[in-house]
Design a protein around this ligand. Structure first.
Ligand code: ACO
Length: 325
């Protein structure tokens, strides 16, 4: 008995899967119009939209200090940095849109509290030294995580990450420089810098996600070459980057068990408090409610701008139609 013939859709899917597998195996790029498995598309929408939300929510902890930066120069730098984060969010929303989700849908998910964004942005920024610690630790972690994403298999995501990473490198250096100035300052300034690093160190290690054996998405994302390294590999790389920089700063990393294990060629460290991580992910971090409320308010207060822009676009379209007619 002969097998029933494939439908056109089934045939497309068989060919599509073979071409997709070949592109991934050759380390080439999947582009928006290429066939891709539904699960690959869903994974990308999940990761890229979460990433975009992180950039947008991530404007808040530092935005908190724009009006209080200690000098005009510091204020100008901080404003530029926060604007960079807005730009990153926009590239990433655009990359996600190429996969079929709209910006409005993503925004709605965020302001309804249904979307994830990075745990790190749910911590407060009570002192100026937090600007240094965020730049050095948070943007430093972002670079470690995101440089490999410049080689992600999905073209629009990988290309967006190139510029994001260049800007993150500047952010990391400006954070380091803030801390260096404080460490070269008074005793009170040194204490403020150390206190900020004490508070941001562990949350920055959590940015890389759960340990590999508790990371449900890593194996598939690595097989699809979206992720190039596991969460724990990147965390190790990050700590290795911090240790010599902390020495230059004269700052102590708040982990008494941190040491290089020569036999295993890895950093031994204390256990991360994963309970805290899961609490923050569940919306119960110190600043989750404030962050979402601020985003919701900004969205509502910006409604007139969106309406005006839409009306302007309609008027321009009518003018073009009349000119063509
Ligand atoms: N904060 C919030 N959620 C997190 C975090 C975190 N730090 N780490 C992991 N998670 C979530 C994952 O999104 C996933 O949830 P979901 O399945 O509901 O989407 C769950 O925890 C399990 O984690 P993993 O299986 O390890 O998830 P994944 O393979 O996606 O890896 C990671 C997580 C490393 C964050 C990855 O998504 C990634 O590299 N994203 C791009 C970088 C990014 O988003 N950076 C944002 C902060 S940097 C900045 O904006 C300055």
């Amino acid at each position: 008995m002969t097998a029933p013939a494939l439908t056109a859709a089934e045939a497309d899917s068989v060919v599509g899967q073979a071409v997709f597998d070949e592109i991934i195996a050759r380390d080439s790029r999947i582009e928006p119009r290429d066939w891709m498995p539904d699960a690959y598309r869903r994974t990308l929408v999940r990761q890229i939209s979460q990433h975009a939300h992180s950039e947008i929510i991530g404007m808040q902890p530092e935005g908190n200090w724009i009006t209080r930066a200690p000098s005009l120069k510091r204020k100008a730098i901080l404003m530029a940095k926060v604007q960079d984060e807005a730009g990153h969010g926009l590239y990433l929303y655009s990359a996600a849109q190429t996969l079929g989700i709209t910006r409005d849908e993503m925004t709605q998910q965020l302001i309804d509290g249904k979307a994830k964004y990075s745990s790190i942005f749910n911590y407060p920024t009570p002192t100026w030294a937090d600007m240094g610690a965020i730049g050095w630790l948070v943007d430093g972690a972002a670079i470690c995580n995101q440089v490999p994403l410049c080689r992600a298999s999905y073209g629009p995501y990988a290309r967006a990450m190139v510029r994001v990473c260049k800007e993150e490198s500047f952010h990391q250096r400006q954070g380091f420089e803030i801390l260096l100035s404080l460490m070269n300052g008074t005793e009170a300034q040194r204490e403020m810098a150390q206190d900020a690093v004490d508070r941001w160190y562990w949350p920055s290690l959590m940015m890389f996600g759960p340990p590999d054996d508790e990371s449900p998405n890593s194996a598939q994302s690595m097989a699809w070459k979206i992720k190039r390294f596991s969460n724990d590999e990147l965390r190790q790389r990050f700590v290795g980057m911090l240790v010599p920089q902390a020495e230059v700063l004269g700052i102590r990393l708040p982990d008494p068990d941190l040491r290089w294990n020569e036999d295993e060629k890895r950093w031994d460290m204390s256990e991360i408090d994963w309970t805290e991580f899961h609490e923050v992910l569940a919306g119960r971090g110190p600043m989750n409610a404030v962050r979402i409320q601020n985003r919701r308010d900004a969205h509502e207060e910006g409604a007139w701008v969106r309406e005006a822009a839409a009306e302007y676009a309609r008027t321009q379209a009518r003018k073009t139609e009349r000119a063509v007619a």
